[in-house]
Design a protein around this ligand. Sequence first.
Ligand SMILES: CC(C)(COP(=O)(O)OP(=O)(O)OC[C@H]1O[C@@H](n2cnc3c(N)ncnc32)[C@H](O)[C@@H]1OP(=O)(O)O)[C@@H](O)C(=O)NCCC(=O)NCCS
Length: 186
Amino acid sequence: MTDQVTAADSGSTPDIPGKPTSASRTTLSHIMTHADTNLLGTVHGGVIMKLVDDAAGAVAGRHSGGPAVTASMDEMAFLEPVRVGDLVHVKAQVNWTGRTSMEVGVRVMAERWNESAPATQVGSAYLVFAAVDADGKPRVVPPVLPETERDERRCQEAQIRRTHRLARRRAIMELRERRVAEGFDD
Ligand SMILES: CC(C)(COP(=O)(O)OP(=O)(O)OC[C@H]1O[C@@H](n2cnc3c(N)ncnc32)[C@H](O)[C@@H]1OP(=O)(O)O)[C@@H](O)C(=O)NCCC(=O)NCCS
């Protein structure tokens, strides 16, 4: 696994034409049922995470034009409980692209299935997908082309998260190597 900051960290892949954010933006909607609940009677967080991964995977596949696998999921936030009978909308878009990876931002909204009250945000998450070829090896993705000021802000924020992910991974690897060199065997 690469953990250096590379040219891809600028988000540019000059040899492939870019794709606008709207070309792959997707919403997945699902009505929550009793089969989705936890012991408290509200919807299980894992059910929401599955929908988040599904929506983000569809976006990553559409953007990259082929298969893409979840490499990481971070900052999954559950803001409000989701209840049986809620119509959940999972909105996903590519925020940032590297050489072979994409950050997908997801916003989870819920509304009562039989009321016309506005939907409220109940969760959000950021996932990194790697586009892969038939052998499961990473393949190059088109750069995402932000279309609005909001897309641009999301792209810049994704770049910050990317930098932090790489720095955290590098720091942990360095700590492990240091401990091995010091004779720890854990
Ligand atoms: C994700 C995967 C393809 C990466 O393969 P790899 O041989 O480590 O390849 P690389 O190190 O070149 O990483 C490929 C890209 O993914 C990114 N990436 C890899 N692991 C990552 C992680 N944990 N978090 C964020 N990004 C990650 C790399 O930064 C790189 O991005 P870039 O090309 O845009 O710079 C590989 O680890 C894999 O197949 N994992 C299993 C995925 C899976 O099955 N998911 C479903 C869950 S069951």
